[in-house]
Design a protein around this ligand. Structure first.
Ligand SMILES: [Zn+2]
Length: 117
């Protein structure tokens, strides 16, 4: 199988549980929470966004086949983070602190996006 090279430089700093706004596609304008991030392929899975029907074949645990609906991936470039402070779709900047930690910063209001741990 051919592997694609990771390109972390172009991947937006999105994380699981981030609130994002969809900026393209059939769910444009919708807001949801990231449930999964695939950094290698620049895919994000957003709760209740871009739902697809998936066929299930009968197996030993469920004797009946059928369909389930589940989230399909979105391209990371098609979502924007909603800033928890100014509630606008924003791009992410990084701020480096003297103690070596790094935080994500909203480019619009310059507030720290990440919660302190
Ligand atoms: Zn902001």
């Amino acid at each position: 199988m051919r592997k694609r090279m990771p390109s972390p430089f172009s991947f937006p700093a999105l994380k699981k549980d981030d609130k994002v706004i969809v900026t393209a596609g059939k769910d444009k304008g919708k807001v949801g929470k990231i449930i999964k991030v695939d950094r290698l392929y620049h895919h994000v899975y957003v709760e209740n966004i871009n739902m697809i029907k998936k066929a299930i074949k009968p197996n030993q645990t469920s004797r009946e086949g059928g369909f389930i609906t589940k989230e399909n991936f979105l391209n990371a470039s098609n979502v924007m983070l909603e800033c928890p402070h100014c509630h606008k779709p924003t791009r992410i900047a990084h701020k480096f602190f003297e103690n070596g930690t790094k935080s994500r910063i909203c480019k619009k209001c310059n507030e720290v996006i990440d919660q302190k741990k």
